[in-house]
Design a protein around this ligand. Structure first.
Ligand SMILES: NC(=O)c1ccc[n+]([C@@H]2O[C@H](COP(=O)([O-])OP(=O)(O)OC[C@H]3O[C@@H](n4cnc5c(N)ncnc54)[C@H](OP(=O)(O)O)[C@@H]3O)[C@@H](O)[C@H]2O)c1
Length: 241
């Protein structure tokens, strides 16, 4: 356990499974207190039951859909009471709809952009309001290599993650002199149930969600003078599905 993260207060959006769950678990094991959110109570209950076994900080959950600004505000109000402060926001909640641009419905487009891009904005503005009062804070956005590499069928997802990268960098420049740091992580294929994938049992080649948890910890452990603003992560030996 590192003294740098012990007793810190964190919100992890989309923390009920996959990468968000692994990041929350890693933060807890380092002694941080964490509020997780997801859209479904059942998923949060399952995650919190599993996290009870982690010795370190305290975990709690709140049902919130980050694509709605009102839900984001309620999530942060809950965290104010639960945590009594905020040091880290991990914007991780995300969805994928993979279809050619001509076949995407307006509803699908809106849902992907609202979750992956607007959701990160809604939560970041809530966090920045609090970080300004405390004169410090850190936002880590979980983007994707899809934020740099377009692929067929990825129009909505690519647009959301290209947008998230631009948003992250501009926000980093806006606020770094207020001692508010912004980083973003761009993983390739991670072994989760993302977009209907069956998480493979110990995939031989995909990135494990726990590896992203470790990377987020590494970012947060940097001394104040140094900011890791962007990290690309890829499977060492990618394979075709
Ligand atoms: N898996 C990959 O290969 C991969 C690669 C690069 C980047 N990423 C990115 O990593 C992030 C996490 O992906 P994952 O693979 O861990 O996916 P996942 O296993 O499907 O988990 C997604 C999490 O986000 C929550 N969520 C989804 N929409 C939400 C919303 N509107 N509001 C609040 N919570 C929401 C889900 O809970 P509920 O369903 O209960 O809401 C769940 O906890 C995403 O941003 C994704 O784009 C994934």
């Amino acid at each position: 356990m590192s003294g740098l993260i012990r007793n810190k207060k964190a919100i992890v959006t989309g923390g009920s499974k996959g990468i968000g769950f692994a990041v929350a678990k890693a933060l807890l094991a380092e002694g941080a207190d964490v509020v997780l959110c997801g859209r479904k109570q059942k998923g949060l209950d399952r995650a919190l039951a599993e996290l009870k076994g982690v010795s370190g900080g305290k975990a709690s959950g709140f049902v919130a859909d980050v694509s709605r600004s009102q839900d984001a505000a309620e999530l942060f109000n809950f965290a104010d009471k639960e945590l009594g402060g905020l040091d880290y926001l991990i914007n991780n909640a995300g969805i994928g709809v993979f279809r050619a641009a001509g076949e995407l419905s307006v509803e699908e487009w809106d849902r992907v952009i609202a979750t992956n891009l607007s959701g990160a904005f809604y939560c970041s503005r809530e966090a920045i309001e609090r970080f300004r009062v405390r004169k410090s804070g850190w936002i880590v956005n979980i983007s994707s290599l899809a934020g740099r590499n377009p692929f067929a069928g990825g129009s909505a997802y690519n647009a959301s993650k290209f947008g998230l990268n631009g948003f992250s960098e501009a926000m980093m420049l806006d606020h770094r002199n207020d001692n508010i740091r912004v980083s973003y992580v761009m993983p390739g294929s991670v072994d989760t149930g993302f977009s209907g994938h069956e998480p493979e049992k110990k995939s031989e080649w995909k990135i494990a969600p726990e590896d992203i948890g470790e990377i987020v910890l590494d970012i947060l452990k940097m001394p104040t003078r140094t900011l890791i603003s962007r990290i690309e992560v890829r499977p060492s030996r990618p394979q075709k599905d």
